[in-house]
Write a protein that binds this ligand. Structure first.
Ligand SMILES: [Zn+2]
Length: 434
């Protein structure tokens, strides 16, 4: 099994099963319902975990919830509620909404608010090693003391490109170097959550939260670190500097998924072109949303628009039909063809193409097994219609037989109103859930 690694810019082989494979994926900052783009790393991480487990690996997946962040303070202020209350509500929305996908949950979902002791310890270690310094209640990472800074993002040596944006421009003069970034931020007026630390009352910066949580749940070295490719710089660059600076090996493989674009435009909360995961699942259904993600390679950008979703829905119908009215068994690729696609950088579009060959060849068992890898086994469940609907369908067939097409149409609509569809096939009809 090999995966593309951003750090070395090449494919890296995983150790043979049972591994272990320890994975950390960056989860969302919680202040509103997550958008459909945020669901991509969640889906990728759970599919990968399911596949690795099926091929004999011992997998531990940790996916954090960032519930301390400037964005949360701002959003809470806008709504006139306490930031802790908003973070608590939005954490619950995140779990509820991702549960709609039916893929299970990561093994650990640590929250920053529950990891402050480990975060403060890690900052202390960096200060001790002269890799960080306190300034007026803040603590900053001293980039000049970490020569490999910039290697992940390919910005190494480019001082201008390695500047860390200051979230609070008025405090920028506290930094020794524009590349430095905050590990601890002193409490500011109007901020209603804080913790005590040796440098004063305040709260952790975003990057140090992930370094501390990854190590707490996976140990000082682990196999895979994932997240959207918008996190490469500065977030992941800073995670590496902090963790390696403190003496940990940290991640061996960096997996960065491509962004979701709403009809060609990058989808982010700041642009305003938002479709929430919940809205997408309510409109299109769980299976269609999963097939939409399956059709694109995880490293590539993915377009979200009605046409693409219509195509995904047609694929879901096609797979379902393969179990309702299977074509005659014909020769088709073996299971290994599907496995090889996934072992080669988790190529789901190639795996999906094999699944379509099984569909058109009526290879139900192989197809059922493959669908289950992606949480789509429900497409193989051929539902049995209730007796009352069977009766309506029989009456419709009789109406058609005697040429009463008006009555046949009325009965078809009555069946559809109850969530089923009647399809005419060679030897009669079939009832299929809509
Ligand atoms: Zn992170």
């Amino acid at each position: 099994m090999r995966l593309f690694d951003t750090y070395t810019r090449g494919l890296v082989e995983l150790p043979p099963p049972p591994g272990p494979v320890r994975m950390y994926f960056c989860g969302p900052t919680v202040y509103q319902r997550i958008h459909i783009g945020n669901a991509r790393p969640f889906v990728l991480s759970l599919w990968l975990k399911r596949w690795l487990e099926q091929t004999g690996y011992e997998v531990t997946l940790a996916e954090n919830i960032t519930d301390i962040n400037d964005k949360i303070y701002d959003a809470a202020r806008g709504r006139g509620i306490a930031s802790a209350e908003l973070a608590r509500d939005a954490s619950r929305w995140y779990v509820e909404d991702t549960d709609l996908l039916g893929l299970g949950r990561p093994d650990h979902e640590p929250k920053a608010t529950e990891s402050v002791a480990e975060i403060v310890d890690l900052i202390g270690k960096l200060v001790e090693r002269d890799l960080a310094y306190a300034a007026d209640g803040d603590v900053y990472f001293r980039v000049a003391r970490y020569p490999e800074y910039g290697r992940l993002s390919g910005r190494e040596g480019d001082e201008e490109a390695l500047r860390n944006p200051s979230e609070e421009p008025e405090r920028a003069e506290l930094k020794e170097d524009p590349r430095d970034f905050a590990l601890w931020k002193a409490q500011k007026e109007g901020e209603d959550t804080w913790w005590e630390a040796p440098w004063g009352r305040g709260r952790p910066g975003w990057h140090i939260e992930c370094s501390a949580m990854a190590e707490k749940w996976l140990g000082p070295i682990f196999e895979i670190h994932g997240g959207g490719n918008d996190l490469i710089f500065p977030h992941h660059e800073n995670e590496i500097a902090q963790s390696r600076g403190a003496g940990s090996g940290f991640a061996r493989i960096w997996m960065h998924n491509g962004m979701l674009q709403l009809t060609g435009e990058k989808m982010s909360k700041s642009v305003g072109n938002i479709v929430s995961l919940r809205e997408a699942v309510e409109r299109w259904g769980r299976e269609t949303v999963l097939l939409f993600f399956l059709g694109a390679h995880w490293r590539k950008p993915i377009d979200f628009n009605d046409d693409v979703l219509e195509q995904a829905r047609a694929q879901a119908d096609g797979f379902r039909n393969a179990f309702v009215a299977p074509p005659d068994g014909r020769t088709a690729p073996r299971w290994e063809a599907f496995a090889e696609a996934l072992e080669d950088d988790f190529n789901t579009p190639d795996a999906l193409a094999v699944m379509h060959e099984w569909r058109s060849a009526g290879q139900q068992e192989l197809l059922r097994r493959a669908l289950a890898v992606f949480g789509l086994e429900s497409l193989a469940d051929v539902a049995v219609a209730p007796e009352a609907l069977e009766r309506l369908a029989r009456q419709r067939a009789e109406a058609r037989a005697r040429g009463d097409f008006g009555e046949a149409d009325r009965l078809r609509r009555e069946i559809e109103a109850q969530g089923w569809e009647v399809r005419d096939v060679a030897d009669g009809y079939q009832l299929v859930p809509r």
